[in-house]
Write a protein that binds this ligand. Structure first.
Ligand SMILES: Cc1cc2nc3c(=O)[nH]c(=O)nc-3n(C[C@H](O)[C@H](O)[C@H](O)COP(=O)(O)O)c2cc1C
Length: 405
């Protein structure tokens, strides 16, 4: 009988694989292998047919770049600032409800971001208390939704301020669209013995993920501690989601009120039209993230990179414009900056890194992006991200939809 090759054996042995990965796509493959299918499915997310989620990625593939071959600078400057924070490169962590990816969750992400010199965005649906996350990365923006009554929103903001959050992100692009053509993963209300047993077959097939949790001495916790003030009972994800669903829709006057109450750097996330970008400026926003929530919400919403120039033209002379959605490579970051974004936020890219290898996996993802930004800048002959312009990008006809407003 022929013996299996060593490389084949290493492939089959999850404990023997080199934890380093060379692209975000490889991190995603590792995440898929490591995570229970319900956890992986919750990160894929997407909505309905997944048109927007896929367009977020393919739109970047449709954009070309115009390289040069000689006369490049030996050094490239990638550093910038957003909402008064220093960024070692034009990348930030987008807030995500991390669910049960890794026992260290958002604290590991915050540490990785701090180690690489970039700010952290922390979701109000995160699994770790914001005080712990800010300890790990003092450059943290707290994200909230228009959820609950005004007093509870003020209490959440006061808590974030007291802990040292350096800015607020108000996410506005959620319209409670549920359902995916490929099926939504079953997410339990909470993890008790009964649910643990129900999920046992799925979980048992993922020993590396399970071992991480066993070592941490805890079960995945689906509570959302940042939805309340310290000392209050921590609600479960679905309880908090119910409060949010029952909240009357936000108005621009409400946005202005919230901004006033916060009193510091204030980003509105989810804008994709010039007319709304102007409303956000009028409401006092200091930054906008052009976003469609990673394609998780209203399917058919355009990929942010397609509508970025419309928003940049409308308001970038007054406030900072960033974007998020579909960033998987350094060249994607360069394309976004060339089309006018001050920086980008990443979501799934770091979640795949976290799933694949904890804090080191997130650092690995950030290093991939940095290397890719640098290589693309080198190819374009740019010394600084400030020198990037739309002329560096080739967009096919019809790439940008007709402007609104
Ligand atoms: C699993 C998951 C959870 C998310 N949770 C939040 C959230 O709690 N708050 C928020 O503002 N955005 C949330 N988002 C959206 C991200 O902040 C970001 O807009 C999106 O992931 C960007 O697209 P990308 O994943 O292609 O980078 C979530 C996204 C994912 C994939």
């Amino acid at each position: 009988m022929p013996l299996p090759s060593l490389s084949k054996l290493a492939e089959q042995n999850p404990w023997a694989t080199n934890p380093w990965f060379e692209t975000v796509a490889v991190a995603q493959q590792r995440a898929k292998k490591r995570l229970p299918s319900s956890v992986y499915g919750a990160l894929i997310a997407g909505a309905e047919a997944g048109v927007s989620m896929n367009d977020n990625l393919t739109a970047f593939d449709e954009l070309g770049i115009r390289p040069i071959t000689a006369g490049q600078s030996a050094k490239r400057e990638l550093a910038t600032t957003v909402m008064g924070q220093s960024l070692s490169m034009p990348v930030m962590i987008s807030p995500t409800g991390v669910q049960a990816v890794h026992p260290d969750g958002e604290v590991a992400v915050a540490r990785a971001a701090a180690a690489r010199g970039i700010p952290m965005g922390l979701s109000s649906f995160a699994s770790k208390p914001l005080e712990d996350v800010i300890d790990a990365n003092p450059s943290t923006f707290f994200q909230i939704y228009w959820a609950g009554d005004r007093d509870s929103m003020v209490a959440r903001m006061e808590r974030a301020k007291a802990a040292g959050a350096v800015g607020l992100i108000l996410t506005l692009d959620w319209s409670f669209s549920h359902g995916r053509d490929w099926g939504s993963p079953a997410i339990p209300q909470s993890i008790d013995l009964q649910t643990a047993l129900a999920h046992a077959p799925d979980v048992a097939r993922k020993p590396a993920w399970l071992l991480d949790w066993v070592r941490s001495g805890a079960l995945p916790d689906l509570g959302v501690p940042n939805f309340v003030t310290p000392g209050d009972r921590v609600p479960g994800f679905f309880e908090a989601y119910g409060v949010w669903m029952g909240t009357p829709p936000v108005t621009w006057d409400d946005v202005a009120w919230l901004r006033e109450e916060w009193g510091g750097p204030f980003m509105v996330k989810g804008i994709s039209r010039a007319d709304e970008a102007r409303r956000a400026v009028d409401a006092g926003a200091t930054a906008i993230s052009v976003s469609n929530h990673g394609g998780n919400n209203l399917d058919g919403a355009p990929a942010p990179i397609r509508v970025l120039p419309e928003v940049v033209d409308a308001v970038a002379d007054q406030i900072e414009v960033v974007m998020d959605g579909g960033i998987r490579r350094g060249s994607d970051v360069v394309k976004a900056v060339a089309l006018g974004a001050k920086a980008v936020l990443i979501g799934r890219a770091y979640l795949w890194g976290l799933a694949a290898n904890g804090q080191a996996g997130v650092e690995n993802v950030l290093d991939i992006l940095r290397g890719g930004i640098d290589a693309t800048m080198f190819g374009l002959g740019k010394e600084s991200i400030e020198d990037l312009s739309p002329d560096d990008i080739v967009a096919p006809e019809g790439f940008f939809p007709p402007r609104i407003g």
